[in-house]
Design a protein around this ligand. Structure first.
Ligand SMILES: Nc1ncnc2c1ncn2[C@@H]1O[C@H](COP(=O)(O)OP(=O)(O)O)[C@@H](O)[C@H]1O
Ligand SMILES: [Mg+2]
Length: 377
């Protein structure tokens, strides 16, 4: 047994006592430990390097953890050599383990709030004077303290100091999460590392709602509708906002991605605020349930069903509402909004009407910020 071996070798810092082993990661031996002097009963984590040739990385990990101070970044307590001169570090213990222990989120807000904490931690790292890029973001390296996600394992991070650049021979993050430009064996040019972390964060976001690694081609996310989360959760159109974030992060071409974690943080905040305010995606490819009757869905006025179809629909759901009133309202709305005016309204407005009750929503697309993004015909 690994830990017994280490203990009998006496290669454990004296001030700490072994409690149990943690899942073995790629580069370190990790253990739950307690203080030997019993000054507190709390659990901590001791991590030791497996491969002594990786000491340069270990030093970066220490430096990153010492520099960063943020509720969503793993706290370093102590570091030093073991009795046999091997480096170790002690961090806080996150009792709920890594994200891999949690079940998927079905609630769009809850999942996005969890993601928000993760992005906040990475954004803190990216916004240092000497930015710190994690480069190994994946569910296994994000831990949970209660509900709070904590970014850990800066084991292969890169700290930008203007002198060194990323080399081709260093260790790489998981193939499933690592940005394509940083995958194997050679790295060409000097890739933008902020955008590389953003890529991995997009994959983590997909994982939060599915417990699956996104397995499609990156460019399919935007272009293959069946891949989108909104298809997996048809009753919650707000997943369209999540899809938008994945689409802007899981891109093969780095320049098409959101550039860094700070920008992702702001985009995410805007999305969360919009969802909290009851905002909805304006995407005509999705069924948009009527905000008034809750029965029908909105259709652009131009392809509203015929009266016969509407009567048939009404009969199908066995309602006694006077459908004629709705027809009248529909006629009224069409008149008010100048429908049939042809060329006069080249840019707008977009008129959506509930195919059942006639509730009408009018959008001046010339006023919609980023109409091309917020409105999908
Ligand atoms: N502070 C911690 N709290 C809880 N679990 C942890 C902590 N640190 C590590 N672990 C667990 O141990 C595993 C390996 O640790 P990690 O720091 O990722 O090492 P490696 O560099 O070997 O991947 C993690 O995936 C996680 O399950
Ligand atoms: Mg790890």
């Amino acid at each position: 047994m690994l830990s017994e071996e280490l203990l009998t070798m006496g290669d454990f810092p004296e001030s700490w006592k072994w409690v149990r082993d943690l899942t073995e990661g790629g580069q370190g031996y990790t253990f739950v430990v307690q203080r030997s002097d019993g000054s507190d009963e709390k659990h901590y984590v001791l991590k030791r390097l497996k491969n002594p040739q990786r000491e340069g990385y270990y030093e970066r990990e220490v430096q990153a953890c010492m520099t960063l101070e943020h509720p969503n970044v793993l706290k370093l307590l102590e570091h030093g050599p073991t009795p046999k001169g091997k480096p170790y570090l002690i961090t806080e213990y996150c009792a709920q383990g890594s994200l891999t222990n949690q079940t998927t989120f079905n609630d769009v807000r809850e999942g996005l709030r969890r993601f928000y904490g993760i992005v906040a931690g990475v954004s803190h790292a990216h916004s240092q004077k000497q930015p710190i890029y994690h480069l190994d973001l994946k569910p296994e390296n994000i831990y949970l303290k209660g509900d709070v996600p904590v970014v850990g394992d800066f084991g292969i991070c890169f700290i930008e100091n203007g002198e060194v650049s990323l080399t081709s021979d260093g260790p790489r993050g998981s193939i499933y999460y690592c940005a394509p430009e940083l995958r194997g064996p050679k790295i060409s040019g000097s890739p933008a590392l902020g955008a590389a972390d953003v890529y991995s964060l997009g994959k983590v976001l997909y994982w939060l709602f599915t417990n699956q690694v996104y397995d499609g081609h990156e460019d399919d996310y935007a272009n293959v509708p069946s891949r989108r989360l909104v298809r997996l959760f048809p009753s919650e159109p707000a997943f369209d906002f999540v899809d938008y974030l994945i689409e802007r992060t899981v891109q093969k071409e780095p320049s098409k991605r959101i550039a860094n974690a700070q920008e992702l943080y702001h985009e995410l905040l805007a999305v969360l605020n919009r969802i909290d305010a009851g905002g909805r995606p304006l995407d005509l490819r999705l069924p948009l349930r009527c905000a008034f009757c809750g029965i029908g869905t909105y259709k652009p006025l131009r392809d509203l069903p015929s009266n016969e179809q509407r009567l048939e629909f009404a009969a199908r759901i066995k309602t006694s509402r006077p459908v004629d009133i709705y027809n009248e309202m529909r006629g009224d709305a069409a008149h008010k909004f100048g429908l049939g005016d042809g060329g006069a309204y080249n840019v707008g407005p977009l008129i959506l009407m509930c195919q059942f009750c006639g509730n009408t929503q009018v959008f001046r697309l010339d006023l919609v910020p980023n109409a091309e993004r917020n409105w999908k015909p």
